[in-house]
Design a protein around this ligand. Structure first.
Ligand code: DHK
Length: 151
């Protein structure tokens, strides 16, 4: 089985997972989520790189860098930038790397401004509302997609 490279990107305030608004985001820390993705990657033949930033430009830089890093697929929780960032959308479109948009909470049962995503129509898939499990569902889906559509 070919090893595929996956970039897991986490947007602003996700460094606070574990203590931040647990009613919306649960109590699992970002370190735990990342470790779970790495462990899953080991069994699925995926090399997982993780990155979190509170800064839009750093996330854009990391998406651009994914091309030279030969990243095959991206799992991204853009967090608040989901609803605002043309820059993240443009960066993802520029790379043409398939990506899955992830949210811990179900953004569609929350405030109206969270219902809009700047990225979702460019995404291969979207997972929302399952807490930390959203990430593992996204990784499963991305792995299946890449293995059936790319090799
Ligand atoms: C995380 C955030 O930080 C919010 O800004 C989004 C998303 C929802 C999540 O559910 O993972 O609106």
């Amino acid at each position: 089985m070919k090893t595929l490279r996956i970039l897991a990107l986490h947007g602003p305030n996700l460094n606070l997972l574990g203590t931040r608004e647990p009613g919306h985001y649960g109590t699992t820390t970002l370190a735990d989520i990342n470790q779970k993705l790495i462990d899953m990657g080991d069994s699925l033949g995926l090399e997982i790189t993780t990155f979190q930033s509170n800064h839009e430009g750093e996330l854009v830089d990391r998406i651009q860098q994914a091309v030279s890093d030969h990243i095959d697929g991206i799992v991204i929780n853009p967090a608040a930038y989901t609803h605002t960032s043309v820059a993240l959308r443009d960066a993802l479109l520029a790379t043409s790397i398939p990506f899955i948009e992830v949210h811990l909470s179900n953004i569609h049962r929350r405030e109206e401004f969270r219902h809009r995503s700047m990225l979702v129509d460019a995404a291969t898939g979207v997972v929302a509302g399952f807490g930390a499990t959203s990430y593992t569902l996204a990784l499963t889906g991305l792995n299946d997609f890449l293995r059936t559509n790319q090799q």
